[in-house]
Design a protein around this ligand. Sequence first.
Ligand code: GAR
Length: 191
Amino acid sequence: MKHIAIFASGTGSNARKIVDYFRDNEHVKVNLIISNNANAPVLEMAKDNGIDTFIINRDYFYDSTQILSELNTFAIDFIALAGFLWLIPTYLVNAYNQAIVNIHPALLPKYGGKGMYGMNVHKAVYEAKEKETGITIHFVNEKYDEGAIIFQATCSISSEDTPKEIAKKVLQLEHQYFSKVIDDILMTTNK
Ligand code: GAR
């Protein structure tokens, strides 16, 4: 059995999709949700699904490596960042080499980097009058949005689309593909 931890700081709609996708899976189980926001709605979803949660703060995350023991306790093999906005520290990247993935709401390498998250991304895409946008799922390294790209999917943007409508289209793609891509990685690697 492979165990996944999801790191999420917000609504957690992607986290919910991942939990739903693997609910009855015999080989993969989501058994921990980690957040830096004690009020994040994703924690409610975890509770409803009987999944353990863990709240972190900056000191804990960056000035110690204690989270590794926590991840060990839950036998975590793989980490999915689903709306988690903090940079992953080197000790964690090294401990989970090629076993941490992030979903980004644009076609990297465009519209990535520090500060590029959520609506900031969609507004930038809108202002640049892009004709298409999409999602990128990538391995995580020590830099924002720079790890190797695993998967991208695109959607078109019409001239009437507002940033809000762009966000909706992109989120739909995220929900459609993120769990499946995680499943494929887990099936094809020994992570
Ligand atoms: C998602 O759109 C995800 O791509 C984005 O945060 C949203 C979380 O939504 N992540 C980033 O912008 C990371 N740079 P959710 O909480 O409903 O899953």
